[in-house]
Design a protein around this ligand. Structure first.
Ligand code: AQP
Length: 326
């Protein structure tokens, strides 16, 4: 238990099966072997326009979703990023050792800048540096994320190495943790793009808080590939491969077993069964979700803030001493 995992989710949009299978499910699987720190990364969310009232309620919603997914609040530190000011302080310091060319190369920045031409702000550009600060403050060993975040964790390592060699050995170098299956759940309406909260069509994703009947509809409407054979083939049958991966992870059945089970059956039958698997998963998930009230969540976030602040302050003091401002 002396190793630490750190990860977070933005309180923006509707959390979906991609966020669950790519991140949350792995946090739960790892939580008994590591000291766990899970953050609601609200300062990341404001790099895109947010309605303040919605943002406030989404922060509590995300913390509830962590618990509904199975994170144990008695052992994990769960907190809100903006409540621990060391994150933005360290981000500023790391900014001074980050090259703008490094940030220009970030795929997420390029994608988001393309989608939000009217709001390409400094925060969006600087997002990876704030993320590096999030991770490095907690002496993190492992960062469990979906594969869209691996480039950011790599930059975190570069900045940690650069800081340690320029000033003093303060930061631990974190490793990214990406599970092969579920690392990139693709859009149901377009298997060439990842499932995304900010997708223009709600038929792109199944939200964790979608009504089970709606989720069934979304699965039945998911695009499929040509042909009819149930075979996992990422290149030739990307849409089917995506559905098989979701099925396999939610039902805990291997893809090979699914291929054998649906041998000689068509896509329609697979989709019908998957729709039931997803609906059952959501009904159980949402039952747990509805059991947490706001007061309980606020208490958890306050306890988390206190614990996170203490760890973060210690690291920030070392950083300030190393650069000569303290
Ligand atoms: N499609 C995905 N498949 C697997 N993992 C995914 N993640 C996101 N999308 C997928 C992982 O979920 C965690 C939290 O993500 P985030 O809140 O930081 O948002 P994001 O990475 O920007 O992706 P979203 O949720 O789809 O939002 P938008 O639409 O804003 O890009 C991360 O670990 C992420 O890797």
């Amino acid at each position: 238990m002396n190793k630490t995992i750190f990860s977070g989710v933005q309180p923006s949009g509707n959390l979906h099966l991609g966020n669950y299978l790519g991140a949350l499910k792995n946090w739960v699987a790892l939580q008994n072997q590591y000291r766990c720190i899970f953050c609601v990364v609200d300062y990341h969310a404001i790099t895109l326009k947010q309605d303040p009232k919605v943002l406030r309620s989404k922060i509590l919603e995300i913390a509830k979703l962590y618990l509904a997914a199975g994170i144990n609040p008695e052992t994990a530190i769960i907190f809100q990023q903006s409540q621990v000011s060391a994150h933005t302080e360290l981000a500023w310091i790391l900014n001074t050792i980050t090259k703008t060319a490094e940030l220009q190369r970030m795929t997420q920045f390029k994608d988001k800048a393309k989608e939000n031409k009217e709001n390409i702000n400094m925060g969006l550009f600087d997002y990876p540096v704030l993320m590096a600060a999030d991770i490095l403050l907690y002496n993190t060993d492992l960062v469990p994320v979906g594969d869209d975040q691996s480039q950011h964790v790599e930059l975190t390592r570069v900045l940690a190495r650069r800081f340690n060699s320029r000033f003093k050995d303060v930061f631990k170098l974190p490793e990214v943790y990406i599970q092969k299956q579920g690392a990139r759940v693709m859009g149901l309406d377009d298997p060439r793009k990842k499932m995304s909260k900010s997708a223009s069509s709600e038929f792109n994703y199944v939200a964790l808080l979608d009504k089970p009947a709606m989720a069934r509809k979304k699965i039945m409407k998911a695009v499929t590939d040509s042909g009819s054979e149930i075979k996992f083939d990422l290149r030739k049958k990307p849409a089917l491969a995506n559905l098989l991966a979701i099925y396999s992870l939610l039902a805990n059945v291997s893809v090979q077993e699914l291929e054998a089970r649906y041998n000689g059956h068509g896509y329609g039958e697979l989709k019908k069964d998957l729709a039931e698997v997803v609906a059952k998963f959501l009904a159980e998930f949402q039952h747990r979700f509805s059991g947490f009230d706001d007061q309980f969540i606020n208490n958890i976030l306050e306890q988390g803030r206190q614990k996170a602040s203490a760890i973060a302050a210690e690291t920030l003091t070392k950083v300030k001493e190393a650069i000569g401002v303290a």
